[in-house]
Design a binder for this molecule. Structure first.
Ligand code: RIB
Length: 282
C-alpha cells in the first residue's frame, strides 16, 4: 500500500531566468525570456513524493491570485491532495530563480502567503510520514513535530538554527553539505547529508550507516533536485526500504529531476527511476 505522506510547507511561484553566468555583486547580466514555474520547497517535495508513489496531502497557504492557482493546479496534476491548502489575503510567495547555463543557481524568495501556513492535526497525526522545511514559521514546524506519530522528516532548508525543542522531535534530518556545516549540532536521529553530484552520507548518532553515489547526468537545472531527493527518500523509507536502498532511489530520482528546466518539471515517477537504475546495472 502507498505510504500516506503529509507535507507541511511552502508553496512558491518561481520566476526562472536563465543566463550564461550568474551575476556577481553589483553586476547586471542579460537573461533569456523569463518563465513562471510552480515551486516552493514544500510543494516540490509533495510533487516528488506523489510521483514516486506516495499518497500525498499538502498543507500550506497561497494567495487568491493567479500564481497561487498555477501552483495548486500543478500539485493536483501530480496527484497531491490540496483541499487543506489555505487561500489567504496575501500574495502567493514568489521565488526569483537565476539559473546559469552550467545548471548552477541562485534563489531569492519574496515571502507572502507561506507565513500563514497551517495544517490539519488529524491528517498529520495519522500520516506514515510527515515532511517539513524551513520556509514556513518555526512555531508551525514545532507543532507539526509534536502532532506527527509517523516518521517526522525535517529538511532544514533554507538553513537556520534548529531549536532544542525541534531537535528532540526529529526522526530524519536531511540537509546539504553547506547546511550541515552551518548547523553545528544536528539532531541525534538519522541525519542525511547530500552534496550535489558527490556522495550522499547517512549518519545515525554520529556514525556513518550508509552512503550512495548519485548517478552522473548532464544537468540542465538543479533547482528542486534536493526537494526531489527528500520526497523520494521519504516515500522509499516509509515503504519499509532500508536507509541504503532509500538513498539509492533518492539519488537516482534527484539526478533525473535535473534534466528539465523548472523545479517540478523533471521529477520522475517510480517506474522511471526503476528503469533508470536497471539500465545502470545491465
Ligand atoms: O528548492 C527549490 C525551491 O526553493 C524553489 O522552487 C524555490 O521556490 C525555493 O523555495
Amino acid at each position: 500500500m502507498a505510504p500516506r505522506i503529509a507535507v507541511v510547507g511552502s508553496i512558491n511561484a518561481d520566476l526562472v531566468v536563465q543566463m550564461p553566468t550568474l551575476p556577481g555583486r553589483g553586476e547586471t547580466v542579460s537573461s533569456a525570456e523569463p518563465a513562471w514555474f510552480p515551486g516552493g520547497k514544500g510543494a516540490n517535495q509533495a510533487v516528488a513524493a506523489a510521483r514516486m508513489g506516495g499518497d500525498v496531502s499538502m498543507f500550506g497557504a497561497v494567495g487568491t491570485d493567479e500564481p497561487g492557482q498555477m501552483c495548486l493546479t500543478a500539485l493536483t496534476q501530480s496527484g497531491v491532495a490540496v483541499d487543506s491548502v489555505q487561500k489567504v489575503a496575501s500574495p502567493t510567495s514568489t521565488a526569483l530563480v537565476m539559473v546559469e547555463h552550467s545548471g548552477e543557481n541562485q534563489i531569492v524568495v519574496a515571502d507572502g502567503a507561506n507565513q500563514f501556513a497551517s495544517f490539519d492535526s488529524d491528517a498529520v497525526a495519522s500520516a506514515d510520514a510527515v515532511i517539513v522545511q524551513f520556509e514556513i514559521p518555526e512555531s508551525v514546524i514545532v507543532e507539526v513535530g509534536k502532532t506527527a506519530n509517523g516518521i517526522f522528516c525535517v529538511n532544514a532548508a533554507p538553513v537556520r538554527e534548529i531549536s532544542d525543542e525541534l531537535s528532540g522531535l526529529i526522526d530524519v534530518l536531511i540537509v546539504n553539505e553547506h547546511e550541515f556545516a552551518q548547523l553545528g549540532k544536528p539532531s541525534s536521529g538519522l541525519v542525511i547529508v547530500t552534496a550535489g553530484a558527490a556522495e550522499v552520507v547517512a549518519y545515525e548518532n554520529g556514525e556513518v550507516v550508509a552512503k550512495s553515489q548519485p548517478p552522473k547526468v548532464d544537468a540542465i537545472d538543479t533547482v528542486g533536485a534536493g526537494d526531489t531527493f527528500v520526497g523520494a527518500f521519504v516515500v522509499a523509507y516509509a515503504s519499509g526500504k532500508s536507509v541504503s536502498d532509500s538513498l539509492d532511489v533518492a539519488c537516482a530520482a534527484s539526478a533525473l529531476s535535473t534534466l528539465k528546466l523548472g523545479a517540478q518539471s523533471g521529477m520522475p515517477t517510480a517506474s522511471e527511476v526503476t528503469e533508470f537504475l536497471t539500465s545502470k546495472t545491465t
